[in-house]
Design a protein around this ligand. Structure first.
Ligand SMILES: [Zn+2]
Length: 333
């Protein structure tokens, strides 16, 4: 999980990629309906971005003591006008007040350092500790490098602790100071995809738009992201999950003992979600519903047991969590 600020950028980039594809729909009749379709797609994607940012920020901060990599984070999600297609840029500029490569706040989740500092969704970051960020050139094509460079400046500021930000809100200048929080040091990326898919690669967590959209609540989303974060906590490197077969750098080594690793990640992931205050008693029902929707999850595979077996195992983990809570013991997996 990222400091949510990195999370933000990659999440927004993924959204932009999907939107670019959306904007390329050919055909005369499409021309009249495309703006509405693009607007709706933008709404759906940014809504998923915000949910993922919110759950990732909470999991990341609640479990910082268990994470091997830690960083100081504002907990926000950022995006920029320059990363969107030419067709969509006017839409995101009017909806989010974005300007060139300058980072705009897509999400400032409740309880995040950004929200505590008074930062709101729609704020545009102009300067960091007195250093002006670069709005960049007029761009003919979607580009991420300008935003990435600006985020690097913001990150260097946050890494040093209290960070003064000059922002623009509804065209008015404001100044505020963020006191960043310690958080697990992983990026979370929302990938536009129709596959029900999530994975971790040792540095980042990935979840598809289809799977994020399949979850019906933050509690369910926390199960998926908690499982992926558990691979990091357990130091399972270059790991892939549902739909990710063949992506490992070292396939044979990864498959060896894979079932054990998935069982461990299910168990530790449930603890991580519980520690962040999510309702984990819903896990068995979620896995049965997930299994009914996806045969790869339903039946035993090389890397994991059947959805039913995982549901039953999670019922036992929940008993363990309930017992620790009743005894007033720390929720450590
Ligand atoms: Zn896994």
């Amino acid at each position: 999980m990222p400091s949510s600020r990195l999370l933000s950028a990659t999440v927004a980039l993924a959204a932009a990629a999907a939107l670019i594809a959306c904007g390329q729909a050919p055909g005369g009749s499409v021309a009249t309906t495309a703006p509405d379709a693009a607007s709706q797609r933008l709404t759906t994607l940014t809504s998923l971005d915000m949910r993922v940012a919110r759950v990732a920020q909470r999991l990341s901060e609640a479990n910082v003591e268990l994470c091997p990599a830690v960083r100081l984070a504002a907990g926000w999600a950022l995006h920029s006008a320059s990363q969107y297609s030419n067709e969509l840029r006017p839409l995101v500029q009017s909806r989010f007040g974005l300007d060139g490569d300058l980072p705009g706040v897509l999400s400032a989740p409740p309880g995040s350092a950004a929200e505590e500092a008074g930062i709101r969704e729609g704020d545009l970051i102009i300067a960091v500790n007195g250093t002006a960020l670069d709005p960049g050139p007029a761009r003919a094509r979607p580009a991420f490098e300008g935003l990435a460079a600006n985020i690097a400046v913001v990150d260097r500021g946050l890494a040093g602790g209290a960070t003064r930000l000059d922002i623009r809100r509804n065209g008015q200048p404001l100044s505020m100071t963020v006191q960043p929080h310690r958080a697990c040091g992983y990026e979370v990326q929302l990938n536009p995809s129709d596959e029900l898919n999530a994975r971790a690669d040792g540095r980042r967590l990935f979840i598809s738009t289809a799977l994020a959209g399949f979850t019906r609540s933050d509690d369910e989303l926390a199960l998926i992201l908690g499982h992926e974060l558990a691979h990091h906590v357990l130091r399972h490197r270059t790991w892939s999950d549902v739909g990710g077969a063949g992506r490992e750098a070292n396939e044979a080594a990864a498959v060896s003992g894979a079932g054990d690793k998935e069982t461990q990640a299910d168990r530790v992931g449930l603890f991580l979600a519980a520690r962040a205050g999510y309702d984990t008693a819903i896990a068995p029902a979620f896995w049965r519903r997930f299994g009914a929707a996806n045969w790869r999850v339903r039946y035993p595979q090389l890397r994991h047991a059947s959805a039913e077996a995982r549901a039953r195992a999670l019922e036992q983990v929940q008993v363990e969590i309930d017992a620790k809570r009743a005894a007033g013991a720390p929720l450590l997996p």
